[in-house]
Design a protein around this ligand. Structure first.
Ligand SMILES: *[C@@H]1O[C@H](CO)[C@@H](O)[C@H](O)[C@H]1NC(C)=O
Ligand SMILES: *[C@@H]1O[C@H](CO)[C@@H](O)[C@H](O)[C@H]1NC(C)=O
Ligand SMILES: *[C@@H]1O[C@H](CO)[C@@H](O)[C@H](O)[C@H]1NC(C)=O
Ligand SMILES: *[C@@H]1O[C@H](CO)[C@@H](O)[C@H](O)[C@H]1NC(C)=O
Ligand SMILES: *[C@@H]1O[C@H](CO)[C@@H](O)[C@H](O)[C@H]1NC(C)=O
Length: 862
């Protein structure tokens, strides 16, 4: 009301001024007319050139007339002077009033602008208030139940008694052979490991060491859930915690000392004729160490031999002879497919059990052949009762490693059958189909060959590579079976560069140079993404994805980009918590849209992670531009310089916390560390000199919310093939195809910062450190490798680097050279080029739509 009143009086004031102005103006016009008349009269008498001569002719009688005329002339002149004086006065007054008028108009303009600003501010506050109200309601809705410890199920027998398990142990199932009471759901898996003799076999030591470093080991047998024994020759029943039946024991049985299955222990073996389904463990073959860079690339899909096999068996059964003769004939095939099938070893035969197909040659000679084979044949032992042998496991290991897709004929117990989807890595058929093998292999397309090989290579790398890998896999599989969830990966502590006594200087943010007067969203109080809410479901219902899509069954994640969404209607009937449907679900354009976040998921915010390196003023300016960005939760500045920030550096107060994080060394890998201060799923990674407009940021965030497993961002680049020399080139030319979005300005899920830091091959992080370059490429490789999707580029309008900023590294020639090298190196590490091309860019829904002028678009400019 106060404002209205002010406005009214202001209008009155203007009206009054105008009236005065009009009166004066009228008067001036009248005066002007009379003065011109006087001028005319005066000029008739005084300025006529004929005047003197005229006078001589004037008669005496006219003299009196003349004098009176002269008199009146003097009067006139006087009058004229005074009038012109007045006129000048009036002119001055007019000027003054005009000046006053313009200042007043200006004031009116300013006041109007102020009113508008106040109104916008009021609306913002109002919306934030509304948000807060809804939030309070939601908070009250939360009623978490008390967490009670799980029931302690006491086994039906006495712990001390020398109870010997009966014959049914040969059919052990987890639910009646395993003592769950030692493994409560809410606790991590704990393993007690029996020591081995110091002078043990190499293999024994390999497994023992791997177990010791697994991170699951407890020294206290009382709190253990599992007890591991490696290759013990002595009597198992004498083990300290065997308790008569070996319950909860896992026996890694390497030398096949005809162990009786008549116990509750779980056996892990390579050779077996008596695996108890879903109970015993098929122990894969593995090695102490393995170099990922020595592996052959995935491409070309077709190698020299379509199928290869080398193996020997001492005596053949009549049935086996038929299979062998069919397979031998493959080499005589009239097609142009090549086969290498040897049932007699050319050089040395590895010692093996009688019934199995012994390996031929050396590790190196087998490697040579497998690297040239598209498929590799693995035959089950002749004796169908034997479902796994050491050489079968070794064949599987070597085939996966060298990219020869396993073709398994006959039944074999494959490692981790419940976890790994082997149909994605191998072709499995009964021996009776030996006659159809060739035909079938021919039908498999190059794309399928490559994806079988890719899957095989990944599972080899993740689950079989070394003894440590196998132990981690085995323990994860056991843990999954017991329904215990894994422990999360460590977050990086965000240590502040400032000591506890130092208070960094604050300053008001610079005035916004945003040319847009657009409402982009409410300024909300900070809101962390909920974390660890799916501990149990993630472990159980996402088991397949964890093992076969994400390849990360070893750890628990706060949240992942793959967490499920509720069906749309659920948000309106019972599951509305956290959701902010546009216009309450009625939908709408610009105004309604900008007020809430909408989308398919509950509302959320994002964190800016900015990498800073010795360009303080540039960084401070970039920080200042983040003032009042809607949905911004926090800013993490990764301080990559040895020197702490200058004490007199003034940090803009932008409405959200700015956390300046100290780093151990100047490394570009630091920008992707999973800092504990990052409390949102979404991370907006920016360089310190990036200039993104608020509407671009908000739009990017909205897009990311629907593409949570991708990199969503602004600067696009692509990988170009060098037709002359082969290999890849990094290319930043204008192009209608892109395959990377640089992380100098891109959104991604925090999940990927864990993968980058922990799951990505170490060789890549080392290369990034070696060149001080390519971390953005590495991130693109990583995400595309896991998702097999290209990144998402958003918006057309885009202002990137700040003008006048110091020249960035990227202009450098060597910088480009290094990036070419990085691309080829990363490709070698992955075994293939993970990047994928894309030809599309995301704009907001109504971006180019013609809409009535009284309607608003989603965004004005993007
Ligand atoms: C006041 O605003 C009007 C229209 O918005 C504009 O034409 C005029 O130049 C402004 N006057 C001043 C003094 O800023
Ligand atoms: C391994 O054990 C099985 C019985 O479980 C036996 O048949 C086989 O001969 C043994 N092999 C060796 C090499 O000890
Ligand atoms: C904390 O840091 C400030 C500025 O770097 C410094 O002046 C001060 O001595 C430090 N205090 C302590 C206790 O280290
Ligand atoms: C899930 O696991 C994490 C990490 O172990 C733990 O911090 C969190 O409390 C657990 N949440 C629930 C609901 O069990
Ligand atoms: C741009 O493309 C040209 C060839 O068309 C190539 O020579 C040049 O290296 C490219 N520039 C960059 C930065 O990749």
């Amino acid at each position: 009301m106060g404002i209205n009143f002010k406005k009214l009086s202001l209008n009155r004031c203007i009206a009054g001024t105008l009236a005065i102005y009009l009166v004066i103006f009228g008067f001036i016009i009248i005066m002007h007319i009379s003065i011109s008349n006087i001028y005319a009269m005066f000029s008739k008498y005084s300025y006529s050139p004929t005047y003197e001569s005229d006078v001589t002719y004037v008669e005496a009688t006219d003299l009196s007339k003349m004098s009176s005329l002269r008199f009146s002339l003097e009067d006139m002149i006087r009058l004229k002077n005074s009038v012109s004086m007045e006129l000048r006065d009036l002119e001055l007054k007019r000027r003054k009033i005009l000046d006053e008028l313009t200042t007043l108009t200006k004031k009116v303009n300013e006041t109007r602008a102020e009113i508008l600003k106040v109104q916008v501010e009021k609306e913002k506050v109002y919306k934030s208030l509304e948000q807060a109200k809804v939030m309070r309601l939601e908070a009250m809705e939360k009623n978490t139940p008390e967490l009670a410890p799980p029931l302690h199920i006491v086994p039906q027998y006495d712990k001390e008694s020398k109870y010997i398990f009966d014959k049914s142990a040969s059919q052990c199932r987890l639910d009646y052979c395993f003592d769950f009471s030692q493994c409560p759901l809410t606790e991590e898996l704990k393993v007690f490991l029996y020591p081995v003799a110091e002078r043990a076999f190499v293999d024994t030591l390999m497994w023992q060491k791997a177990l010791e470093s697994s991170g699951f080991i407890t020294k206290n047998p009382e709190e253990a859930c599992l007890y591991f024994v490696v290759n013990l020759n002595k009597d198992l029943t004498k083990l300290a915690h065997w308790r008569g039946d070996g319950r909860n024991h896992v026996v890694i049985d390497l030398n096949n000392k005809s162990l009786s299955s008549m116990s509750r222990a779980i056996y892990a073996r390579q050779y077996s004729s008596s695996y108890r389904k879903n109970y015993d463990i098929v122990l894969p073959f593995t090695k102490v160490s393995s170099d990922i860079l020595s592996l052959p690339p995935l491409s070309p899909a077709r190698r020299k031999y379509l199928l290869s096999f080398q193996g020997e068996v001492k005596s053949q059964s009549p049935e086996e002879q038929i299979v062998i003769s069919v397979l031998k004939k493959l080499q005589l095939s009239t097609t142009d497919d090549k086969f290498l099938i040897h049932f007699k070893c050319i050089n040395n035969v590895l010692s093996a059990e009688e019934e199995e197909y012994a390996l031929c040659g050396t590790y190196q000679s087998r490697e040579e052949i497998l690297k040239e084979s598209t498929f590799s044949l693995i035959l089950s032992p002749q004796d169908f009762k034997i479902t796994s042998t050491k050489s079968v496991q070794q064949r599987l290991y070597e085939s996966l490693k060298f990219g020869a897709i396993p073709v398994i004929l006959g039944y074999i117990d494959i490692p981790f059958q419940n976890e790994i989807d082997w149909s994605r890595a191998a072709i499995i058929m009964p021996k009776a189909r030996a006659t159809e093998v060739h035909y079938l292999l021919r039908t498999i397309s190059d794309a399928d060959v490559l994806s079988l090989r890719r899957f095989g290579r990944i599972i080899w790398d993740k689950y079989f590579k070394t003894a440590e890998t196998v132990v981690a896999t085995m323990l994860s599989a056991l843990r999954d079976t017991l329904r215990l969830f894994p422990s999360p990966l460590e977050e990086t502590p965000s240590l502040s560069v400032f000591n506890s006594t130092f208070n960094p200087l604050k300053t008001d943010p610079p005035p916004s140079d945003e040319e847009i007067d657009e409402y982009l969203g409410p300024i909300e109080p900070p809101l962390a993404s909920p974390k660890f809410v799916r501990n149990y479901t993630y472990t159980t219902m996402n088991s397949y994805e964890r093992w076969n899509v994400m390849f990360e069954p070893f750890h628990l994640f706060q949240n992942t980009p793959f967490d499920p969404v509720v069906p749309t209607e659920a948000r309106f009937v019972g599951s509305s918590n956290g959701f902010r449907p546009v216009n309450g679900g009625a939908g709408g354009a610009g105004k309604e849209f900008s007020e809430v976040i909408g989308g398919n998921r509950p509302r959320e915010q994002f964190t800016v992670v900015m990498l800073a390196y010795e360009r303080d003023q540039v960084m401070i300016a970039s920080l200042g531009r983040l003032n009042e960005v809607p949905y911004l939760n926090k800013v993490i500045v990764v301080w990559n310089s040895r020197q702490p920030p200058a004490e007199d550096l003034q940090w803009p107060d932008i409405g959200v916390p700015i956390v300046v994080v100290k780093t151990e060394k100047n490394s570009l890998n630091n920008r992707f560390l999973p800092f504990d201060e990052i409390e949102t799923e979404a991370i907006l990674s920016v360089d310190d000199d990036v200039h993104l407009r608020h509407d671009e940021i908000v739009f990017g965030f909205r897009v990311w919310r629907e593409q949570r497993d991708r990199i969503v961002g602004f600067p696009g680049r692509f990988h170009a093939w060098d037709p002359l020399y082969g290999g890849w080139h990094y290319n930043s030319n204008y192009s209608c195809e892109l395959s990377m979005v640089l992380t100098g300005a891109a959104f991604f899920h925090k999940y990927y910062s864990y993968l980058y830091t922990y799951a990505m091959p170490q060789e890549i992080r080392e290369k990034v450190d070696e060149y001080m370059n390519c971390e953005d490429l590495a991130m693109n490789f990583l995400v595309s490798h896991y998702t097999r999707q290209p990144p998402v580029k958003v918006t057309n309008r885009w202002t990137f680097r700040c003008p006048g900023c110091p020249v960035t590294l990227s202009e450098d020639e060597t910088h480009f050279e290094e990036r070419h090298k990085c691309m080829n190196f990363f490709t070698q590490v992955y075994g293939y080029m993970p990047l994928l091309n894309t030809q599309f860019r995301v704009d907001s829904v109504l971006s180019k739509t013609r809409i009535p002028h009284d309607k608003q678009k989603c965004f004005k400019y993007v």
